[in-house]
Design a binder for this molecule. Structure first.
Ligand code: GTP
Ligand code: MG
Length: 645
């Protein structure tokens, strides 16, 4: 039996969960079809998902068709939960990108398309909701082609579009040979010389080019009526590559989500790329952990997890989202979407709950590392980073119901980032005046490419410092960079270890002396890094959203000045029917004001669609954020505080 791990991705509300449910039903995996609107689907299982009718966590469900086990991974479309999408990207063999036939290509669709193309993940498009009034077919294809910038291949046509009896009719695109010829010289030669290409060869070329992400086949249908869904299953099986992997090779896999079972126990969802896992085996994971698998469920069937498949594993107490299992797979995808752009202070309703609040947030951060809990001992505050208001409400509800800690929030603020403005280096030698630590260290800070995050490298001989010390330095570098010169997280930089020294323990002394040195490195690193960063200098950048705004024609005159005032003047203003479509960039910090002002200005008819696009240098004096660490920028204060702890 071969396996296909298929991600279902889309803009919010395009119909991913409904389509997942319909696929399971069509394949006979469930006898009765659930619905999002009545909160009875297989993949929206959290109480909050059912109550709100939106997906919050990615979930796996599977069916078999012919000789294939298809694992569907239903993901959230709401941009507040984009981290859930990011974490599954590395475990997918293919994707069904769902696009609503009514709304067409939307902001989040574009964001997803960009990433799928960058990671070269084979993708089928499913144009959903062909049964809904206003469903477009003809105008949608060029819109898709423009947004995808690959060759789009319609796999059929639609009859009675926009009515409940809308139907998908499979048909070979009239110019299929021409479309495939672009990436296939043999077919090109036949086309040029007017020879008919046999349809078997066309189908083979279509599968090949789909796998190579040179073309994107487009299917049509409705998750609600079931139209076109059978054809989508056939298409996925015929066109998408299967999960490979050698079950006898050394173990390699990825933990793509961590959930808690009914008794609070951790369950790790693992996709295996190589090797085999059996229950009661000892499993190496994360950086250096080993634990016994106490229970194992293979998604689909069986009780032995083999390469290519997905399993739910119990017993890994210290496991975190993103951990490798065995050796790290080569296909790790890293950061693909923008980090959270908002931050808020979480305040327990009952001041006595402070300790429990921190423990609860730390546990949430295991499932979602991007919420990035910051504890400010000075102000006795805990803050979290966020993608948006919906995520904030979800955190609030989870804290109240799952942890019994009711909380409120301070005002949400925009989270800027700092990038180094140039290069800076600093060294502290062991034994030199003013260096109280039994260690010496040199670090260089340089700017990295936009979107590259923090990279750490060695500019010293490997072996001149033990791996444990290098890890201690790297971890401390990353932690220290959470607050730069202006207090914002420092990103898109390369940090290089340029010098190191320590006194090895005299022979015969134990590990305790050795671990003291690791502490010395941990304590010295922030000072050296702060000095190097100060020499490099930093610049503060604010998040900017790309927006599309549909408004009635008679309101353009009042909306445009508003956009200008908010720092997001329209780049283009185009008529579409009786409406106008405006698009442009606006600082994320002003989005909320825009959302609040629009209804009154547009008789409530504005449709605003926006997503994070890029960072831009802030204008005027750089905003600052209060520090929560020991402040390594001030040596005296830092050493004093270190002593006190
Ligand atoms: N008419 C019609 N409605 C649909 C179709 N597919 C989904 N819907 C409706 O669209 C709404 C959203 O559907 P979901 O399946 O929750 O969409 P989703 O993409 O999973 O949404 P998120 O997970 O929150 O991003 C629900 O009210 C569905 O009933 C369809 O093919 N036709
Ligand atoms: Mg959903």
């Amino acid at each position: 039996l071969s396996t296909l791990n298929l991600g279902i991705l889309a803009h919010v509300d395009a119909g991913k969960t409904s389509l997942t449910e319909r696929l399971l039903y069509t394949a006979g995996a469930i006898d009765e079809i659930g619905s999002v609107d009545s909160g009875s689907t297989q993949t929206d299982t959290l109480a909050l998902e059912r109550a709100r009718g939106i997906t919050i966590r990615s979930a796996v469900a599977s069916f078999t068709a012919g000789g294939d086990t298809v694992n569907l991974i239903d993901t959230p479309g709401h941009p507040d939960f984009i981290a859930e999408v990011e974490r599954v990207l590395g475990v997918l063999d293919g994707v069904v990108l769902v696009v609503s036939a009514v709304e067409g290509v939307q902001a989040q669709t574009r964001v997803l398309m960009r990433v799928l193309r960058r990671l070269r993940i084979p993708t089928l498009i499913f144009v959903n909701k062909i049964d809904r009034r206003g469903a477009r077919i003809e105008t949608l294809l060029p819109e898709l082609a423009a947004a995808l910038s690959t060759v789009v291949v319609p796999m059929g046509t639609v009859r009675a579009a926009g009515t409940p009896s809308a139907e998908y009719a499979p048909a070979e695109a009239v110019d299929l040979a021409e479309r495939l010829a672009e990436h296939d010289d043999a077919i090109l030669a036949d086309v040029v010389e007017g020879r008919l290409v046999p349809s078997g060869r066309l189908r083979a070329a279509l599968a090949e080019q789909t796998a190579a992400v040179a073309v994107q086949p487009v299917f049509f249908g409705s998750a609600i009526t079931g139209a076109g869904v059978g054809a989508l299953v056939d298409g996925a099986r015929a066109l998408l590559p299967r999960a490979g992997g050698d079950p006898d090779a050394p173990l390699s896999g990825t933990v793509f989500s961590v959930e808690r079972g009914p008794a609070g126990e951790k369950i790790a969802n693992v996709r295996l790329f190589a090797g085999t896992v059996r229950v009661r085996e000892k499993l190496p994971f994360g950086d250096g952990h080993v634990a016994k698998v106490t229970a194992l469920e293979v998604v689909g069937a069986g009780d032995v997890l083999t390469a290519g498949r997905i399993g739910r594993l119990w017993g890994l107490a210290d496991v975190r989202v993103g951990d490798p299992v065995g050796t790290a797979p080569s296909s790790t995808t890293g950061r693909q979407f923008a980090p959270p752009t908002l931050e808020t202070v979480v305040v327990p309703e009952n001041p006595g709950d402070r300790g429990r609040l921190y423990a609860a947030l730390a546990q949430l951060a295991e499932q979602d590392p991007l919420i990035n809990v910051r504890q400010d001992d000075l102000r006795q505050e805990v803050s979290v980073s966020l993608y948006g208001e919906v995520q904030k409400e979800v955190i609030q509800a989870t804290l109240a119901t799952d942890f019994g800690v009711p909380v409120g929030f301070r005002e949400t603020t925009t989270l800027c980032v700092e990038r180094p403005a140039g290069t800076g280096t600093a060294v502290e030698y062991q034994g030199a005046a003013g260096n109280p630590f039994k260690a010496g260290l040199g670090l260089r800070v340089e700017p990295g490419p936009a979107g590259s995050g923090v990279r750490f490298g060695l500019g010293i001989e490997r072996g001149s410092l033990t791996a444990a010390f290098i890890t201690a330095v790297e971890q401390t570098v990353r932690r220290t960079l959470r607050e730069g010169l202006s207090g914002w997280p420092v990103t898109d930089c390369v940090i290089t270890l340029t010098h190191s020294s320590y006194t090895p323990p005299p022979p015969g002394t134990g590990w305790s002396v050795h671990s003291t040195s690791a502490t010395d490195f941990r304590n010295l690193t922030p000072l050296v890094l702060a000095a190097a960063l100060r020499r490099a200098g930093t610049r503060v950048y604010e998040p900017v959203h790309r927006f599309t705004l549909e408004i009635p024609a008679d309101t353009v005159g009042v909306v445009q000045p508003l956009l200008g005032r908010l720092g997001g003047p329209a780049r283009s203003v185009l008529p579409r029917g009786r409406e106008y479509v405006l698009d442009g960039d606006i600082p994320a910090a002003r989005m909320h004001e825009l959302e609040l002002a629009l209804p009154a200005l547009t008789h409530g008819e504005a449709v605003l669609d926006a997503a994070f696009d890029h960072y831009e240098p802030t204008r005027g004096a750089a905003p600052t954020r209060p520090r929560t660490d020991h402040n390594p920028l001030n040596r005296k204060e830092y050493l004093l505080r270190l002593n006190r702890h």
